[in-house]
Write a protein that binds this ligand. Structure first.
Ligand code: GCU
Length: 391
């Protein structure tokens, strides 16, 4: 759905490369004090934490990790789901702090004939409850669980609305009012995208307890607003092996300083409950930002990061997302010694890059999460995790 002011903003947004201002990106490999970052220790213990701190304070808000208990209850288990090919489990994850509890429902499908433990994919679902129905009707695109299972991966999904509603009026009613009320109203308090990622972290807590799951081979997938949240989750939780940000656009993978398509002001006006109040300081003021989204992507190194775009989705700035990845690849190369052969030019439509660490594709068609996208993610995961398909 679109808010009416957002429709106006979309009309004002431009898609004209000649209107992209001259801009200078902050150097990922230089601290805010101006010190060069060239060793693993300088990156891992100084610059990277500094970057995560900047995004927490200025953009997405805090990701508190203290609670009193977490409980996992398997509420249903069917060993012969999907014509006997999969085991379907519904798991209630309940997190308690100060006597108040938040439940998150996880749906998990594990392929029966694959050798255990299996690699796992988790989709952050911000669409309707139909994607939470593990009988799998009507989801060949957004969550193609059968395809994922056939590739030997577990397919998991949760509804981000369990943690925070995707709604400006009710987003505080779940995690914030229940577990972290002190975050509400802070200039850098937890907001919806942080809350959704927090939920993914609790699901990772569950994966660590399930012997059928190889959580080292885990891929977190978010589409659009979910892709923004997935990137931020990857910055906070290094247990995820791969982060996929599908068409994540503004304040996801795209460079804000390009001001192409959706801008900081447009997104702050349209979705104020996604970002901290602090972030409004950069409305029409991108040149003053001491950070940009390439720095967020770089925090995922040396794990896998997969960025996508769609040809008809200029709102999300396909080129700005590619350039962001190109800049982030500097950390893979100079800190981790992993060569990332990305060309300066964007790849052609439907022509995914084939490296195993920092990859990109732009497919034809509109803004959506399609089976085409998922197949590329699985190909990437096979490469990144060195999974050889024998079937
Ligand atoms: C809107 C919003 C985008 C977001 C998208 C989505 O278009 O402006 O930033 O990515 O919704 O989540 O589909």
């Amino acid at each position: 759905f679109l808010f009416s002011h957002q429709i106006n903003a979309q009309e004002e947004a431009h898609y004209d490369e000649s209107k992209v201002p001259d801009y200078e990106l902050p150097n990922i490999l230089e601290t805010s004090e101006g010190d060069p970052v060239s060793t693993f220790n300088e990156w891992r213990y100084e610059r990277r934490p500094e970057i995560v701190g900047i995004f927490a304070e200025q953009v997405y808000g805090q990701m508190p990790q203290h609670f009193d208990s977490i409980e996992f209850i398997v509420v249903s288990e069917n060993g012969s789901a999907l014509n006997g090919t999969a085991t379907a489990k519904e798991i209630d994850i309940t997190i308690t702090r100060n006597g108040n509890s938040l439940p998150i429902r996880l749906n998990l499908l594990i392929p029966n004939d694959a050798e255990k433990p299996v690699p796992v994919t988790l989709l952050m679902n911000h669409r309707g409850p139909e994607y939470m129905d593990i009988t799998l009707e009507s989801k060949e695109d957004f969550w193609p669980a059968e395809t994922i299972l056939q590739r030997g991966y577990a397919a998991a999904v949760y509804s981000v609305g369990d943690v925070a509603d995707d709604d400006p009026d009710t987003y505080t009613e779940d995690i914030l009012e229940t577990l972290y009320p002190e975050q509400i109203g802070q200039d850098d308090g937890m907001m919806a995208l942080s809350a959704w990622g927090w939920g993914a972290m609790r699901i990772m807590d569950y994966f660590e307890t399930d012997d059928d799951i190889d959580q080292q081979k885990s891929m977190l997938v978010g589409h659009s607003r979910g892709g923004k949240s997935a990137l931020w989750t990857g910055a906070n939780d290094e247990r995820w092996g791969i982060i996929v940000a599908n068409e994540s656009g503004a304040v996801g993978a795209a460079l804000s300083k390009r001001k192409f398509g959706e801008t900081v002001e447009i997104i702050n006006n349209g979705f104020p409950y996604w970002f901290t109040p602090n972030f409004e300081a950069f409305n029409q003021n991108e040149s003053e930002m001491p950070f940009d989204q390439h720095m967020l992507l770089a925090t995922i190194a040396p794990r896998g990061v997969y960025i996508t775009a769609a040809e008809d989705d200029e709102w999300a700035d396909p080129k700005g997302m590619y350039e962001s990845l190109l800049h982030a690849s500097e950390v893979y190369e100079s800190i981790y010694g992993i060569s990332i052969p990305l060309s300066v030019r964007m790849p052609a439509i439907n022509n995914p890059t084939d490296n195993s660490y920092a990859a990109y594709h732009i497919r034809d068609g509109e803004h959506d999460l399609k089976i085409y996208d998922w197949v590329q993610f699985l190909n990437f995961a096979d490469r990144h995790f060195h999974i050889n398909k024998t079937k």
